[in-house]
Design a protein around this ligand. Structure first.
Ligand code: R2B
Length: 296
């Protein structure tokens, strides 16, 4: 038997706290009955939108837990004006909104909840959409590490007004494990590579169509070339936060995103609603195969 890795948050102030409220998730940590509902959580799946996480939770309820098609009762679900969460057996699906600030608030509170519930051996995976760099639409990218402004592998945040930089490497074994989960009959490719995590959708990602723009087509081309030379295969907005924060608290983590546009050829996705839904399903298929291996 291996050792059990309980979530052990590196914050000594939490040890003395009797009352605590997860302000944005809308969960009271004093509600022992509620907190205990989370004590078996082993997998936390996060993604941008509420719809995607609810769809994923429903899909996992049937495909992993074998619940009836029309029985989507989750063990504990919540929806508020910020975030929505769905607890499905040992899997907790939560949406995080756009960008690292929104993500970080959700993750701090999720980690505190799992710590109070005395969870152990937890795996965190972000499932998202992204722009590819010379990668076909529909391809699933598993991030090896996230680069941020300055092309460095750090999540940039702050503490008491001072910069705080957290390393953004993904968990090596988890990444390899996920890469193995592509089924033989899969209609899409799964690749590993670096992810550029931008702090904005427009200028920071080399788009010229924001409300202002300080560069021209040539500048954008140079930016894309530079990213490619560094081994970057996709761009999104939360990978650095997921990996930086997970590394800081000692939770193993990975980021799995599907390419919805190849940024070398165009800036905005050219997919209709049906095509978008089909493609959004690719990372869910990979995660389902991963969970099937690890839950049964
Ligand atoms: C991908 O899509 C969103 C921006 O449209 C953002 O959350 C991201 O990383």
């Amino acid at each position: 038997m291996g050792t059990i890795n309980y979530i052990n948050l590196p914050n000594r102030h939490l040890k003395n706290k009797i009352a605590d409220e997860l302000f944005h998730l809308g969960i009271s940590l004093n509600d022992q009955v509620l907190v205990e509902k989370f004590d078996k959580v082993k997998f936390v799946l996060v993604g941008g939108t509420r719809e995607r996480m609810e769809t994923l939770a429903r899909h996992l309820a049937t495909s992993i837990l074998g619940r009836a098609e029309d029985d989507f009762s989750f063990d504990h679900s919540f929806q508020n004006s910020r975030y929505s969460g769905y607890l499905v057996g040992p899997i907790f699906c939560v949406n995080h909104g756009i960008g690292n600030p929104s993500l970080s608030v959700a993750l701090h509170e999720i980690f505190k909840l799992l710590y109070r519930a005395r969870c152990s051996d937890v795996t965190l995976i972000r499932i998202g959409t992204c722009g590819g760099i010379g990668v076909d639409v529909g391809t699933v990218v598993v991030t090896s590490e996230a680069l941020t402004v300055g092309f460095e592998p750090y999540y940039n945040t702050s503490s008491l007004g001072q910069p705080l930089r957290l390393p953004t490497s993904a968990h090596v074994d988890l990444v390899e494990d996920l890469l193995q989960c592509r089924g033989d009959n899969s209609t899409f490719q799964v690749v590993k590579g670096k992810t550029y995590c931008a702090d904005d959708f427009y200028q920071a990602q080399g788009r010229l169509d924001g409300s202002f723009c300080d560069f021209d087509e040539k500048g954008k081309e140079e930016f894309m070339n530079k990213l490619q030379k560094l081994g970057v295969v996709n761009i999104e907005m939360e990978s650095a936060g997921v990996l930086g924060l997970a590394n800081r608290v000692g939770v193993k983590a990975a980021v799995v995103c599907v390419v919805i546009v190849d940024r070398i050829t165009t800036d905005l996705p050219q997919l209709n609603k049906q095509e978008f839904q089909q493609i959004e399903d690719h990372p869910m298929q990979l995660i389902t195969a991963y969970l099937q291996r690890h839950i049964h």
